[in-house]
Design a protein around this ligand. Structure first.
Ligand code: 6PG
Length: 251
C-alpha cells in the first residue's frame, strides 16, 4: 500500500510483528550496504518503540547473522544528559543492543553530551558526521525514527525553530522540548532527508489520530514535524501497528 509521496505504509497486526519486520529490514539493509560499500551506517532513535527492535537484533539469529564489525552506529537525536543517565538514548541502546553484540567501540558514535554546551555538542556531532561520511551531506544507509503523539520526530518538535524555519545546519541544539528531558540535540531535515532509507516505527493507539493527519492531512510541517521527513533520493517506509493505523482507513 502506498501513501502518495509520503512513503510506503506497512501495517503490522501487533507491536511484536512490527518489531519482527523492522529487524528483518535492518538486517537486509545491513547486508546489502556491507556488500555494496563495505559498511552499514545507521542512526538510532530514542523512545520506547526501538527497545524491542534492539532486543531482537541483540539475539540470535540476527546478533550473529549481521557483520557488526562493519556497522557504524550514530544517533538521529539524543537527550542532553550524561551517557549514564536513565534518559540517555545512548545508554538505552547500550543496554538493549550494543553490550550484547560484537561491535567494536570505534564503530559507535554517541552525541558528546558532557563537558560542553548543547550548541557545542551539536557542532561537534555535525563535524563527526562530516568526517565519518567524508561529505557535507551525510547519507545514512538507514535512519530509524519514531513519532510522538504530537507529531514530533527525532527531537524536532511542533512550533520549534526546526521545523518552523528549517536550518542549514546538520545538527541543532533543542531547548524547551515538550517531551522531557527539555534539552536535546537533533539531526535536522538536512540529514534526515539525505538518507538512503528512513524507517519510522510507530505503535500504539495514542498515535492513531496524529498518524492520520501526518499521512493523510494537508502539509503542515511546523505543526507536524514528522511530515517534513521526505528523503530526496531515498526510501521512506512507515512500519505501523494496527492500533496506530486504526484511523487511516476512515473516510
Ligand atoms: C526521543 C525520540 C523521539 C521518539 C518519539 C517516539 O528522544 O524520545 O527520539 O522522537 O522517537 O517520541 O517515541 P516512542 O517510540 O517512545 O513513542
Amino acid at each position: 500500500m502506498t501513501t502518495d509521496n509520503r512513503g510506503e505504509l506497512v501495517v503490522l497486526p501487533t507491536p511484536a510483528a512490527l518489531t519482527d519486520e523492522a529487524a528483518r529490514r535492518f538486517a537486509e539493509l545491513a547486508e546489502a550496504a556491507i556488500q555494496r560499500n563495505g559498511r552499514f551506517t545507521v542512526a538510532l532513535s530514542g523512545g520506547s518503540t526501538p527497545r524491542a527492535l534492539h532486543q531482537r537484533l541483540a539475539q540470535p539469529p540476527l546478533s550473529t547473522a549481521i557483520d557488526w564489525s562493519k556497522v557504524l552506529v550514530f544517533w538521529g537525536d539524543e537527550r542532553f544528559v550524561p551517557p549514564d543517565s536513565e534518559d540517555s538514548c545512548f545508554r538505552m541502546a547500550r543496554e538493549t543492543l550494543l553490550d550484547h553484540i560484537p561491535i567494536p567501540a570505534a564503530n559507535i558514535f554517541p552525541v558528546p553530551t558532557v563537558g560542553g554546551t548543547p550548541e557545542s555538542a551539536a557542532n561537534a556531532y555535525a563535524e563527526t558526521l562530516v568526517v565519518q561520511f567524508d561529505s557535507q551531506t551525510p547519507r545514512f544507509d538507514l535512519i530509524l525514527l519514531g513519532m510522538g503523539p504530537d507529531g514530533h520526530t527525532a527531537s524536532l518538535f511542533p512550533g520549534h525553530p526546526e521545523p518552523s524555519a528549517p536550518s542549514d545546519e546538520l545538527v541543532v541544539a533543542v531547548h524547551s522540548a515538550p517531551k522531557p528531558p527539555p534539552t536535546r540535540i537533533s539531526c535536522t531535515y538536512q540529514v534526515l532527508n539525505a538518507a538512503e532509507h528512513v524507517l519510522f516505527l510507530v505503535a500504539g493507539p495514542d498515535k492513531a489520530a496524529t498518524l492520520r493527519e501526518v499521512l493523510r492531512g494537508p502539509l503542515a510541517i511546523a505543526r507536524l514535524p514528522a511530515q517534513g521527513v521526505r528523503p530526496a533520493r531515498g526510501e521512506l517506509v512507515w512500519l505501523v501497528d494496527q492500533a496506530a493505523a486504526a484511523q487511516l482507513s476512515e473516510g
